[in-house]
Ligand binder design. Sequence first.
Ligand SMILES: N[C@@H](CCC(=O)N[C@@H](CSS)C(=O)NCC(=O)O)C(=O)O
Length: 290
Amino acid sequence: MNSAMTSRIKLSVAYVLRAARTACGTLPASVHLQHNSYGRQDCLKTGTKHDCSAMDKGRGLIFRQLFEATSSTYTYLLGDLESREAVLIDPVLETVDRDVKLTEELSLSLKVAVNTHCHADHITGTGILKKKLFGCKSAISLHSGAMADIQLSEGDCITFGKHSLVVRETPGHTDGCVTLVLNDQSMAFTGDALLIRGCGRTDFQQGCPQKLYQSVHKKIFTLPGHCLIYPAHDYKGQMVSTVDEERKFNPRLTKTQEEFVEIMDNLNLPKPGKIDIAVPANLVCGLHEV
Ligand SMILES: N[C@@H](CCC(=O)N[C@@H](CSS)C(=O)NCC(=O)O)C(=O)O
């Protein structure tokens, strides 16, 4: 592994050394690894300063839910009030300029742009964000097969200031799907694994209903009931749910696994219109030249 493919990693009592793969042509992240109650955490220490959050001043978290209407995709901006370090989840190519503007308006320093998986319905904004925002690194699951500066796996965490997002692998919609859980377990960004009163389809890209059922029950429904669920998409205008609500009311995931498989095998949804361009593009951060 050469220097452009290696991350510098620090080790101490709570910090363990580990190589992080890099790709897409920028400098590697400084990766700090640590443990907490949720098993191993490989923390990506992401650093600046200014103003406050409309959402959650009390705990020093800046949070914005953003929407891209063509693909009905939610992009999430999370920032640390004090350090101004920030993370962007699931940016879309067409709305990168909006995201850059907001990041700058809020005086945030975007450290990581992370995809919850290799999307099939839209082209990710991570590649272009890396070009527009110096120091921003891309991240995606190791199991996605996609290039990124940081390849994530179970228990890794992406740290921004005093907050972090902990990776829970939730395959089933794709092999590389992850759910990103805020370190206090108050919010979970479920990508396409769990949608509000729904879930990601399992009929293409390594889709597997049995895996998805197990992922949701073992990795998402085991979170605290009050934990807020923020999905990658919603097609009906819903914005947020909770673990408790989805455990009780999700029409697919409240069923037995057998019934769930039957439902998923008979959805008969049309393929996403952009699948043939989105998947190959997303395997290279959305930019063929990166
Ligand atoms: N019509 C859209 C694609 C809609 C779609 O298939 N959504 C996916 C997530 S994006 S791959 C999905 O899993 N939907 C689950 C469901 O139950 O709707 C397009 O053409 O892009």
